[in-house]
Write a protein that binds this ligand. Sequence first.
Ligand SMILES: O=C(O)CCC(=O)C(=O)O
Ligand SMILES: [Fe+2]
Length: 333
Amino acid sequence: MNNAVPLVEISPWFSGDEKARDAVAAAVDKACVEWGFLILAGHNIDPELIEAMSATSRAFFDLPVEEKLKVDASGSVGGRGYYRMEAKSLARTLGDKTAPGDLRESFRIGAEPVAADPRTTSLEARGHFADNRWPELPREMKPVWTQYYQACDRLSTELMRICARALKMPDDYFDDMIDRSTSNLVAQNYPPLDKPPVPGQVRNGAHTDFGTLTLLLAEDRPGGLQLKGLDGEWHDIRPIPGTYIVNLGDMMAQWTNDRWRSTLHRVVNPPADAGAASRRLSVVFFHTPNFDATIACIPSCVSEARPASYEPIQAGEHIARKLRAVESVSKTS
Ligand SMILES: O=C(O)CCC(=O)C(=O)O
Ligand SMILES: [Fe+2]
């Protein structure tokens, strides 16, 4: 089955040829206007690192729940660690206050403070830069996740330069707003269903992402990702080996004054009889700007005919609001 969303090959961007770069930027612009999603090919992340990331994540979720709960995220600064099954409900971020918990468990890390850098240790920075909670097992978890996080952060910086060009701004327009990014890396395990879902319960409730852009690796299994198109229909989006699914978050919609879309998406349940084959792992990098970056509609996206639809907001405050909503399941149960 072909995906409706376009595949964009970005390797020409790395060649440095200006015409080739313009063509990549134009393809990104089109995908972002029409879908807010694209399939990213020609990225420069090492396939072995990707494989190691998937393997350590799977091995972590295979541990007994008591072992995983040793790094329970409840109460952690910045939401670091393990979230048990049904601990989160993404549909709550869009105001559905009673949506049931999602049928997934997850493990999450974020940006850590750097002793020599006050921008990561100041009082204001503390909720955004926090020590990660590393499990003892699997032993490779910390080195592999740390390396993968850094690789995704570098790739995202380059993607933001492509975005800047696509938006007719200088390539380095976003650079000083993302040079201390507060991104998150999350692995999610969607086990086969062991009981019927309660009404309204899905693997991952309909939501938009919060940050700039998201780099998603996922297994192609029954019970997968769908996005809501401009036609109002839900479209399946199937992972293609060697590529990333990239989607824009709310901040990009705000920066671009809704030229680009932060598209609603969800992960649906597998058919009841899908059995073990429906286990699905996803690894998601949520690229997020510096917490003190101001998200204000960028000049090329504002005109007399199209005045700014958003008040400027600090990135950190925007994310904090969303996280309070998504974690409310853990607080009430
Ligand atoms: O697991 C997936 O395929 C998507 C997950 C997702 O959209 C999210 O966690 O924000
Ligand atoms: Fe998402």
